[in-house]
Design a binder for this molecule. Structure first.
Ligand code: URA
Length: 209
């Protein structure tokens, strides 16, 4: 079964408080999400494999480490996931960025893919799928279905806030995918918002309503 990691680093928790705050405006919200994404990227990359190389310092030749293993791809789920991409790229600038867009079918309420563009070398990459909110889990589950259909194998999912209901659905659908979150909140309300949450992540990030 996939593991759930909650990042309780003080800086992440501090910034998340201001992200939640209804008084935080669009500019600060966006900057804070960007900063938290960077901090989370630092934690999520803890297990990346290293390989030893030789490097010539001004003094001597040293054995030292560089990243080995597969290259990474970041996949934001449109649109709120976009707000987490630059923060991750600050630490992993060589990562490719793919996009998955989903809409909710008004009748079945199921997420339907309307856009998917992934790096061409899917088999050669490990994936970090990002979306600030894991609410019912529907979008994240479908986005990862879409990646797997195209050959993606090693996938992590990263979000700011998750609801327990979404985490359970996600773990059932993708038991091979670990989830990395900044906070596990209380529940979903009747409108599908995470409680206490932060409201609509996309609207707060892009200033729409
Ligand atoms: N999506 C959001 O942006 N916010 C929620 O609370 C749930 C889903």
């Amino acid at each position: 079964m996939g593991k759930v990691y909650v990042f309780d680093h003080p800086l992440i928790q501090h910034k998340l408080t201001y992200i939640r705050d209804v008084k935080t405006g669009t500019k600060d919200f966006r900057e804070l999400v960007d900063e938290v994404a960077t901090l989370m990227a630092f934690e999520i990359t803890r297990d990346l494999p290293l390989e030893e190389v030789e490097v010539e310092t001004p003094v001597t030749v040293a054995k030292s480490n560089v990243l080995g293993g597969k290259k990474l791809a970041i996949i934001p789920i449109l649109r709120a996931g976009l707000g987490m991409v630059d923060g991750i790229l600050k630490l992993i600038p060589a990562a490719k960025v793919g996009h998955v867009g989903l809409y909710r079918d008004p009748e079945t309420l199921k997420p339907i893919e309307y856009y998917a563009k992934l790096p061409s070398d899917v088999e050669e990459r490990d994936f970090i799928v990002v979306d600030p909110m894991l609410a019912t889990g529907g979008s994240a589950i479908e986005a990862i279905n879409s990646l797997k259909k195209r050959g993606a194998k090693n996938i992590k999912f990263m979000c700011l806030i998750a609801a327990p209901e979404g985490v359970e659905e996600f773990k059932l659908a993708h038991p091979d995918v670990d989830i990395f979150i900044a906070a596990l909140d209380e529940k979903l309300n009747e409108k599908g918002y995470i409680v206490p949450g932060l409201g609509d992540a996309g609207d707060r990030m892009f200033g729409t309503k």
